[in-house]
Design a protein around this ligand. Structure first.
Ligand code: ASP
Ligand code: MG
Length: 466
């Protein structure tokens, strides 16, 4: 099987963690063709990407020495790991290479301080350095552990547009380049260790894919290489049935569909972002979430295939405001909904849930609490005419409330789920303020008062036997 696997910042945050990574790669390589994608090191007391970005910003403010001051700390961080995991001979080549990259950045910093300007393009050079340092370190650690490996900068693989700081891949070119560069390495039995997070424009100017972008890099390469599976190594066993801080009995889900994963991400579960893994979903490449620190656990497999169980997981979004627009004149008036949503969009508020009964006497929408005031002000402006004509009589805000969502694509066409859900709420004496279910039927959302949120999650988790 061809497997592209990504290790996040904490999974590569210390010598112990990287030792574990080397073990996993050595083990996987016995059975599979492996491509490794790495984030920058996130050590408990030194977050590489944050440090580099802060130094670049300081340079723009006139402090041209900030990078030169951070550079020895970053070099130490990497070379201390090397002291434990990389052979003396390899270290002799690694140290000057990493130092050279940091020196270049220190020089660039001084120029930025003189110019007093940090362009997004220059910032991408700084923020992407952590991945370039780390890929070299990890490739050396793998070689020292007897695994043939080579560090590869994704600037030569992932070709992007010119949106510095949040670039998108040009898939056709990326596919061609990645295959051209990586397939020969795989054929030789060498493990490519590719930098996450970065790419380059057609002209070769380095870009980044946005903060946290290493997941995206991994998905792009998985798709470009037609991987059989793509594995994301994280610090958890997989996707859980709910937040374990609320429900200690939360379990790891063995399987999920892509759409269930997307619903869970939307409703606040800390899983892969749907946009991030789109290249994999489009090609129907199965995804696994696994635990770097518990590699014997099979993790969660995410694919197009439906699996047993109607309801899979329950999540909650906190700090939400429920806005209700109501009045007698909204009945049958075309375009009111469009104007309401338009007004909320202009206010920059993100609509999390919508509900309108067919009597059309009111429209109710949930937005993050921090965005509610602006949304209401814009709604009042938009509907001023309707207010004076008494077609709209009230715009009410209720907060804080919590949206609790029950997710599972097997709920589609399964009667009785809503009955069970509301029965459980009733039996527990929890008042449901609003309800929404999309016609895809893969989630049912309910709004409850903030103080009932955790209890609602626990009751649902228990009554559905999750
Ligand atoms: N190092 C980058 C960041 O901190 C990318 C990543 O970790 O995914 O945003
Ligand atoms: Mg990350």
């Amino acid at each position: 099987m061809r497997v592209v696997m990504k290790f996040g910042g904490t999974s590569v945050g210390s010598a112990d963690a990287i030792r574990q990574v080397a073990r996993i790669v050595a083990e996987s390589r016995r059975e599979h063709e492996v491509v490794v994608v790495v984030s920058a090191m996130n050590a408990p007391d030194l977050r590489t990407t944050d440090t580099l970005i802060a130094a670049a910003r300081a340079a723009a403010e006139g402090d041209g020495e900030a990078t030169a001051l951070a550079a020895p700390r970053l070099l130490d961080l990497h070379m201390q790991v090397a002291a434990e995991l990389v052979s003396a001979e390899e270290r002799e080549a690694l140290a000057p290479e990493l130092r050279g990259m940091l020196d270049y950045m220190s020089d660039l910093s001084r120029s930025i301080a003189v110019l007093g300007e940090l362009t997004p393009r220059a910032l991408d050079l700084f923020s992407g350095l952590g991945e370039r340092l780390n890929a070299r370190l990890i490739a050396a650690a793998l070689r020292s552990a007897g695994v043939p490996a080579r560090a590869v900068d994704a600037t030569g693989l992932i070709i992007t547009d010119e949106r510095y700081g949040a670039a998108s891949p040009l898939m056709a070119e990326t596919r061609e380049r990645s295959r051209e560069r990586l397939l020969p390495l795989l054929a030789e039995g060498v493990v490519p260790v590719v930098t996450g997070f970065i790419g380059a424009t057609r002209a070769g100017v380095p870009t980044t894919l946005g903060r946290g972008g290493s997941d995206y890099s991994c998905a792009i390469l998985g798709a470009a290489l037609d991987a059989d599976e793509v594995w994301f190594w994280k610090e958890v066993d997989g996707v859980l049935t709910t937040n374990p801080k609320v429900v200690p009995e939360a379990r790891t889900l063995p399987r999920l569909t892509y759409s269930e994963m997307a619903e869970l991400a939307y409703y606040g579960a800390n899983v892969l972002h749907p946009k991030t893994v789109l290249p994999l979903v489009q090609q129907r490449i199965p995804i696994r979430i696994r635990n770097t620190f518990n590699p014997d656990h099979p993790g969660t497999l995410i694919s197009a295939e439906e699996s047993a169980g109607a309801a899979k997981a329950v999540t909650a979004i906190k700090d939400v405001s429920l806005i209700t627009v109501g009045g007698p004149g909204m009945l049958g008036v075309a375009g009111v909904a469009a104007r309401i949503f338009g007004a909320v969009a202009r206010a920059g508020a993100n609509i999390l849930l919508i509900s309108q009964a067919s009597s059309e006497q009111s429209v109710c929408l949930a937005v993050p609490r921090a965005e509610a005031a602006a949304a209401v002000a814009e709604l009042r402006r938009e509907l001023a005419g309707e207010f004076s004509a008494h077609d709209v009589e009230h715009i009410d805000v209720q907060d804080p409330v919590v949206i609790v969502a029950l997710v599972g694509s097997g709920m589609r066409g399964t009667p009785g789920i809503a009955g069970r859900l509301f029965g459980a709420m009733g039996a527990a004496g929890i008042n449901v303020i609003a309800i929404a279910q999309g016609s895809t039927e893969n989630n049912i959302s309910l709004v409850v008062a903030a103080e009932e949120g955790d209890r609602a999650v626990r009751v649902i988790h228990q009554s559905f036997g999750l």
